[in-house]
Design a protein around this ligand. Structure first.
Ligand SMILES: NC(=O)c1ccc[n+]([C@@H]2O[C@H](COP(=O)([O-])OP(=O)(O)OC[C@H]3O[C@@H](n4cnc5c(N)ncnc54)[C@H](OP(=O)(O)O)[C@@H]3O)[C@@H](O)[C@H]2O)c1
Length: 320
């Protein structure tokens, strides 16, 4: 039986190294083609031992990249706090094998300094994240959203100074429109802190990064691209083929609303299920293969509420 102090990662975790990793843009960093996100299912509202089992499974199978934000978990911050416990109890010996990201941009605390893109907010938020996760530094720190009211130079210089202070090794941008992204790319490059990666929502149903030219821009500029919600929060899986399971994200009616499950959507999902079957894949695998097949995508950033889901998602790499 695995006890808290006895986690030893699988010696076989890098056995499929050749097929598991993509280079992140033109950087020196390799990221797993499937990365694990801690937005849902890792906060204090989720069973801790289940979260631990999913995290172990991920790392034991070569998933070296874990993605956080200051506000992940219910309550906000608890995904990072729980991971801090996992760091101490399980992952400390493996710190240098992990690529850990966090972000700041959305509402995290009360008052005028608890969200958006000021230097004050970004610096304070990262310090809080480091304390929660019990880390000296993160590998990657993101601006989580574009702040149109803060001078772009203030936000970007804060990112530069965070790297100079040794609190993050690389910086990333998430959810920014193309025009400020172009400015950010230039600003950061001129200060020798090149933009490592862009994080945007990309899946078969949500294609804005392609339509808005963001993926193409990243590709041309040697910036990595990590696709979040590649399964459209679970919609592009067999989860909703026969209604709404009580333990599903949609049943919570918060980030994934049941209004999304229109008769047209149900019809689309049934056809996708049949098509996936013909390809010898589950729907989730079909959806992930689509994301990973887009030119310039470095990694698909999945969520999971069970080890079985994550195992199923990782199988995608065997069928590509
Ligand atoms: N930058 C941003 O603004 C932003 C925004 C959103 C997300 N993200 C990042 O992206 C990560 C992933 O987002 P996401 O959770 O929306 O991703 P997702 O992979 O599209 O959805 C994950 C959900 O799909 C279901 N699922 C996953 N694999 C399955 C399988 N094989 N079979 C059946 N169902 C399956 C589970 O739903 P159930 O829980 O219902 O079982 C799971 O919680 C987040 O954790 C976060 O790190 C970033």
């Amino acid at each position: 039986m695995i006890t808290e102090a006895s986690y030893v990662s699988s010696p076989a975790r890098y056995s499929s190294q050749e097929t598991m990793y993509n280079r992140c843009g033109n950087s020196g960093v390799l990221l797993p083609k499937v990365s694990l996100g801690f937005w849902h299912n890792f906060g204090s509202d989720a069973p801790f031992e289940r979260s631990r089992a999913i995290t172990h499974y991920a790392f034991d199978h070569g998933i070296t990249h874990f993605d956080f934000a200051n506000n992940y978990g219910v309550p906000a911050g608890s995904a990072e706090t729980n991971f801090g416990r996992l760091m101490d109890e399980d992952f400390r010996p493996y710190r240098d094998e992990l690529f850990i990201s966090t972000k700041a941009g959305y509402l995290m605390w009360d008052g005028p300094y608890g969200e958006w893109g000021s230097r004050k907010y970004l610096m304070s938020s990262l310090d809080q994240s480091l304390r929660r996760m019990r880390l000296d530094y993160v590998d990657l720190f993101y601006s989580h959203r574009y702040d149109p009211l803060t001078p772009i130079e203030e936000t970007l210089q804060a990112l530069v100074d965070i790297v100079r202070a040794g609190k993050a090794l690389y910086v990333g941008i998430s959810n920014w429109p193309l025009e400020p992204l172009e400015k950010a790319t230039q600003y950061l490059r001129e200060r020798d802190v090149p933009l490592l990666i862009y994080q945007g929502r990309l899946n078969m149903l949500d294609r804005e990064p392609i339509e808005e030219g963001i993926l193409d821009f990243c590709n041309k500029e040697g910036i990595g691209f990590i696709a979040y919600s590649p399964l459209a929060q679970g919609l592009l899986t067999d989860r909703y083929l026969h209604g709404i399971p009580t333990d599903s994200r949609m049943a919570q009616e918060h980030f994934l609303k049941s209004s999304r499950l229109t008769p047209e959507m149900t019809d689309y999902l049934s056809k996708l299920a049949a098509h996936s079957l013909e390809n010898g894949r589950t729907m989730a695998q079909e959806a992930l293969a689509w994301v990973l097949g887009q030119q310039g995508v470095t990694s698909a950033l999945v969520g999971a509420s069970s080890v079985a889901q994550l195992a199923n998602n990782l199988e995608t790499l065997k069928h590509m």
